[in-house]
Ligand binder design. Structure first.
Ligand SMILES: Cc1cc2nc3c(=O)[nH]c(=O)nc-3n(C[C@H](O)[C@H](O)[C@H](O)COP(=O)(O)O)c2cc1C
Length: 297
């Protein structure tokens, strides 16, 4: 009989106890229950340098000059039979650490010609529906670079740490995604998105007010919400729109989170206990080895 499948979770959020971490753990617990061996990597444990365009990876002998953990991540990921990759949304897109890995990832691919393609399940978390336009295409791009095959890409919404654990339909989607990775099959993409990268197709704006639902017959830009037929409506990157985002959504989200923090705490506790760093025993935490700093501490 073939050995156990090995599935690795990669948490792109740097926020301990955040939604990316919790949903990754749920996905890993799901496949562990089917017999998989599971491990987890937090990008916050890695050193990730920015590509500086020197092209020594392309033209030089020794590869990338950054002596950091990016190669470790790519080679470690490829030793697994499947990946779960989870990321938050920052300003409609993926956070900088994801883009840094995308930029470095092409050179990493060049180091492993003929590598085995493995299924990747992508989980994106955003706080506010409609403010997530680029996150799936961006994180899926990293999924393609890390694993090669996209099993599916799930998007959930909740701003507070762990708060997505209260969204049962989302948890079901995460379990389905984890099972698809385990089975090495592809889930159908939802309606209205590119079936490869999941970029939303522009839709005709609905009649109605506000910068989040511009009226009129023209197509509003899905990214910045500029609508040529409505010069009175501000696009979302004007100072006023951004301040409105901050004051009418970001700041009050704290109170909304605090109102149900006890439920969130209970949901987190249910995820599995007993291992290091609050992880259940099914998930091992991986980190690159590095020498102890001189002098101890
Ligand atoms: C700097 C910053 C920018 C954010 N920008 C957005 C955004 O553009 N759209 C959105 O829906 N949520 C945004 N959020 C909310 C996060 O995506 C949300 O809290 C998510 O649950 C965080 O995931 P994590 O807990 O895994 O870190 C932002 C959060 C921060 C800290």
């Amino acid at each position: 009989m073939a050995g156990k499948k090995r599935i690795l979770g990669v948490v792109a959020s740097l926020r301990p106890g955040g939604n990316s971490e919790m949903l990754t753990r749920l996905a890993l617990e799901t496949v562990a229950a089917r017999g998989a061996e599971t491990d987890i990597v937090y990008l916050r444990d890695l050193r990730i340098g920015f590509c500086d365009g020197c092209l020594s990876c392309v033209f030089g002998e020794g590869g990338c000059h950054h002596g950091d953990d990016v190669t470790w991540l790519f080679t470690t990921a490829n030793r697994y039979d499947g990946l779960i990759l989870a990321s938050p949304t920052y300003l409609l897109s993926a956070p900088g650490q994801v883009k840094a890995l995308v930029d470095r990832g092409v050179a990493e691919l060049a180091r492993s010609p003929g590598r085995r393609e493995i299924p990747v399940g992508v989980i994106c978390v955003a706080g506010l529906p409609g403010w997530d336009y680029l996150v799936r295409p961006m994180v899926n791009q990293l999924g393609f670079l890390l694993g090669g095959k996209l099993a599916g890409s799930v998007l959930g919404h909740a701003p507070g740490p762990g708060e997505t654990l209260l969204d049962e339909p989302l948890l079901e989607k995460v379990r389905d995604l984890a099972n698809a990775v385990y089975d090495d099959r592809r889930l159908p993409a939802p309606e209205g998105v590119c079936p490869v990268c999941y970029l939303e197709r522009p839709v005709k704006a609905e009649a109605g007010g506000g910068p989040d639902s511009p009226g009129g017959d023209s197509l509003a830009c899905p990214f910045c919400r500029h609508d040529p037929s409505r010069p009175d409506v501000q696009h979302r990157f004007t100072t006023a729109s951004l301040l409105d985002f901050l004051t009418s959504w970001m700041l009050p989200s704290r109170e909304r989170f605090l109102a149900h923090r006890h439920e969130v705490k209970a949901a987190v506790a249910k995820l599995g206990q007993g291992g290091p760093a609050g992880l259940g025993p099914a998930i091992g935490r991986l980190r690159p080895e590095r020498p102890e700093p001189a002098g101890g501490g």
